[in-house]
Ligand binder design. Structure first.
Ligand SMILES: *Cc1c(COP(=O)(O)O)cnc(C)c1O
Length: 388
């Protein structure tokens, strides 16, 4: 089986974890501090606050800027479900906007329309408290437009950069373009700490609140052990941080390796009906996943495709979630097919192909050939299935 992905764990990673374990200091110690400093340096951020996951970092980020009941937070319709869940868990309402069909990221025109309607209404109408663009699969959202539209209303931008560590926009690092940026170190991302995440920010007060929020509300600025707000336990362990430090040293190498694999996939896909991801001008993406768009003929049949391809020894998956069409959000807010037409179409047709260091050219060829083959097999079966 060619797996979807596999983390890169080498001798130095094992040694780093062993050292952390024998140090006797397992949680929130010197390795976490060193990891935060290394991340901040790497992405050019003022402050970095490590947490137990990117979901934790996103949740704490919402709380740190005061998102609460009655607030609205604008998110793209298409992302990993955590982007919307953390808003809902603050008692606020995620306002979904449709995505661009080429990059799978938030459509700035839809964002502008949404902000205009929600900010203009009336004094009593709940305020939009944040805008959360997602750098989907490591492709940058259209940040010039998003920052300018959000800036018109002075709404903070929180980047869900879970997949985008190492990506750049006009030379600046993804995650450092707005008020807060959050990265993930889940094993599905380029570098991993098992579970883990970090929030970066240029704002010292937000950084202090993030530090308090991850540690039960303990005042990070004082020795007095006083609690300045209700907080959570979102701390990172020393074991995770040790692994993060050794993984971070591989980031450049892994980004280059994944880019090379993506370019090979681009070339292979160009001879097929599979449409490779689109990269915006002035951006340097990273490839957390390589997601292709299937030809738009019979999306209803594409749900059978992953299993068919898997039977031939290639692990693939439909790429991300159409969040407003998941059961909870659909039932709570009454969304229907057609409310987000681009996400409707992209969600059914986007397929994530295997991508990891060590994937060989002949394996990549097999992945693309098999995908194309299974697609035509489905297309042939189509008339029979539809009874014509
Ligand atoms: C992976 C991911 C997350 C969640 O990260 P965890 O570290 O697993 O909590 C959030 N948003 C996006 C877009 C992701 O891809």
């Amino acid at each position: 089986m060619i797996p979807l992905t596999t983390p890169v764990i080498e001798a130095d990673d094992l040694e780093a974890v062993r050292e952390a374990l024998v140090s006797g200091h397992l949680v929130q110690g010197p390795r976490v501090v060193a990891f935060e400093e290394a991340i901040a340096r790497r992405v050019g951020a003022e402050y970095a606050v490590a947490m137990s996951s990117c979901t934790a970092a996103l949740h704490a980020s919402m709380l740190s800027i005061g998102v609460r009941a009655g607030d609205l937070v604008i998110v793209p319709a298409y992302s990993f479900i955590a982007t919307a869940n953390v808003v809902e868990l603050c008692g606020a309402q995620p306002i979904f906007v449709d995505i661009r069909a080429d990059t799978f990221t938030m459509d700035p025109e839809r964002l502008a329309a949404s902000l205009d309607s929600h900010m203009a209404v009336s004094r009593e109408h709940p305020r939009v408290r944040a805008v959360v663009p997602v750098h989907a699969f490591g492709q940058l959202a259209d940040m010039d437009a998003i920052l300018s539209v959000a800036g018109r209303y002075e709404v903070p931008v929180i980047e869900d950069a879970a997949c985008a560590l190492g990506a750049r926009f006009r030379g600046r690092h993804a995650g450092t373009l707005g008020t807060i940026g959050c990265f993930s170190f889940h094993p599905r991302k380029a570098i991993t700490t098992g579970e883990g995440g970090v929030a970066v920010t240029p704002d010292p007060e937000i950084a202090q609140r993030l530090r308090a929020l991850r540690n039960h509300g303990l005042d990070p600025a004082s020795q007095s052990r006083d609690y300045i707000m209700p907080g959570l336990n979102y701390r990172m362990t020393e074991i995770q941080a040790a692994l993060g430090l050794s993984q971070l040293r591989k980031l450049d190498r892994l980004v280059v390796a994944r880019k090379k694999l993506a370019e090979r996939y681009d070339a292979l896909c160009s001879k097929t009906g599979l449409r490779p991801p689109v990269t915006l001008d002035h951006t340097e993406p990273v490839y957390q996943s390589y997601v292709v768009l299937l030809p738009g003929r019979q999306p209803a049949l594409y749900s059978d495709l992953p299993a068919l391809i898997q039977d031939r020894g290639v692990e693939v998956t439909l790429a991300a979630q159409h969040m407003p069409m998941t059961r909870y959000f659909r039932e709570r807010y009454g969304y229907e097919p057609g409310d987000f037409p681009v996400a409707d179409s992209i969600c059914e047709r986007s397929l994530s192909l295997p991508l990891y260091q060590g994937l060989t050219p002949s394996e990549q060829e097999y992945v693309v050939d098999t995908t194309v083959d299974c697609l035509s097999q489905l297309a042939d079966a189509m008339p029979k299935l539809s009874g014509t």
